[in-house]
Design a protein around this ligand. Structure first.
Ligand code: SAH
Length: 354
């Protein structure tokens, strides 16, 4: 994919193997790994010999991504980044500020092939998978942007792409970002959201990674779900729920179900009752998201009144649920919206670019 290897894609051992080809001692691998994960370029790795720094700069990539543009929400200080990969593909990430610190939403693919009817990420299909290093680079660029004002402490894999459709690189990223010599971000501070690829959910349960798994449900039965999520035709809800139950039993972690409330489609109290029945009896939480309208899609959000009634119905049935705070709606907060605008060269008068 790239003309040179990106060392940010590599484990310490892999960097060691790469360096041995350059006749370099093994201890340099950990030095380079530590620098890279601080976002430092080869040129500034001051404890490496100058000749090595120059050789690395000539033959490999350090941070395989650059910040192209950032947009700051005037409402809630959410920042949306458009980052350019080495092959000039554009990916987006979103930095949100919570009482517990900075959380970054990252992309796992350029585009997405899952075809969900409400989502902007999938409009142009999936261009390619992102590598583990390109996922890490999104975190490093956000840290660079924050400077001394803070650092990313929480990560959600909820940007463009289906993480479990890029399984190997996503799992590698999770291990790299948690590495003690690198960013050392707790796996418990990371959420991975999937549309529900059952075999990969089963694989993930075996990885012993204590992340939070989120399942994009968006409908309480197969007939409705199939109307908006093509993956539902492949994996029926009952099977998905069985796989998620197994995941909870195996990992001891609570799962989150995401449910976008779409006007006239899935937000009647009867749907809430059906949902409560579907997920009854195991450790889970429901995240209600008023649909973020996407220009290209003819779907509208439920009204605040409908959202409250849906929430109350779930609560009356003892389902743990919250309504997700909408953030960055003035800067195209929903998945893939900003990248699409960028690709379409639309005038971005409603956003503040930096
Ligand atoms: N592919 C993964 C992760 C990416 S999307 C998945 O499907 O889970 C992160 C979440 O945002 C998913 O729950 C997705 O369904 C939801 N989402 C996408 N577009 C949305 C929109 N326009 N409004 C509300 N939620 C949306």
């Amino acid at each position: 994919m790239l003309d040179r290897p990106a060392l940010l894609d590599m484990t310490v051992e892999e960097i060691g193997a790469y360096l041995s080809g350059m006749k370099q001692p093994a201890f340099r691998a950990k030095q380079i790994f530590t620098w890279l994960h601080k976002g430092v370029s080869f040129a500034d790795m001051t404890n490496l010999p100058k000749a090595l720094r120059e050789a690395l700069a000539a033959h490999a990539y350090d941070i395989p991504m650059r910040l192209e543009q950032s947009f700051t929400s005037q409402r809630d200080h959410t920042v949306k980044f458009l980052n350019a990969c080495k092959d000039d593909n554009i990916v987006e990430s979103v930095l949100m500020q919570y009482h517990y610190g900075h959380s970054l939403c990252i992309s796992t693919q350029v585009g997405c092939k899952m075809g969900c009817a409400f989502c902007a990420s999938t409009l142009g299909g999936c261009v390619r998978n992102l590598s583990a290093g390109e996922m890490l680079a999104q975190v490093l660029l956000a840290n660079r942007y924050l400077g001394i004002s803070g650092h990313v402490g929480h990560i959600v894999l909820m940007g463009s792409g289906e993480p479990l459709d890029n399984y190997a690189q996503v799992v590698k990223f999770l291990r790299l970002v948690n590495h003690a010599d690198g960013l050392n971000i707790s796996l418990r501070a990371i959420s991975l959201s999937t549309c529900g690829i059952i075999p990969r959910i089963r694989d993930l349960a075996q990885e012993a990674l204590p992340i939070t798994l989120s399942i994009s449900l968006h409908a309480p039965n197969d007939a409705l779900r199939q109307e908006i999520m093509p993956i539902a035709k492949r994996y029926p809800l009952q099977e998905l729920i069985i796989a998620v139950r197994e995941y909870v039993e195996k990992t001891g972690r609570r799962v989150v179900f995401e449910y976008a409330l779409i006007d006239g489609f899935n937000c009647e109290p009867s749907h809430a009752k059906e949902l409560a029945k579907l997920i009854s009896g195991f450790q889970c939480h429901v995240n209600l998201i008023p649909l973020n309208p996407v220009k290209e899609r003819a779907l509208a959000p439920a009204s605040p009144k409908q959202v409250q009634l849906f929430l109350q119905t779930l609560e009356s049935l003892h389902v743990s649920a919250t309504v997700r705070r909408e953030m960055g709606t003035d800067i195209a907060g929903a998945c893939g919206q900003l990248r699409n605008r960028h690709l379409n060269n639309a005038t971005e008068t409603d956003m503040i670019g930096n």
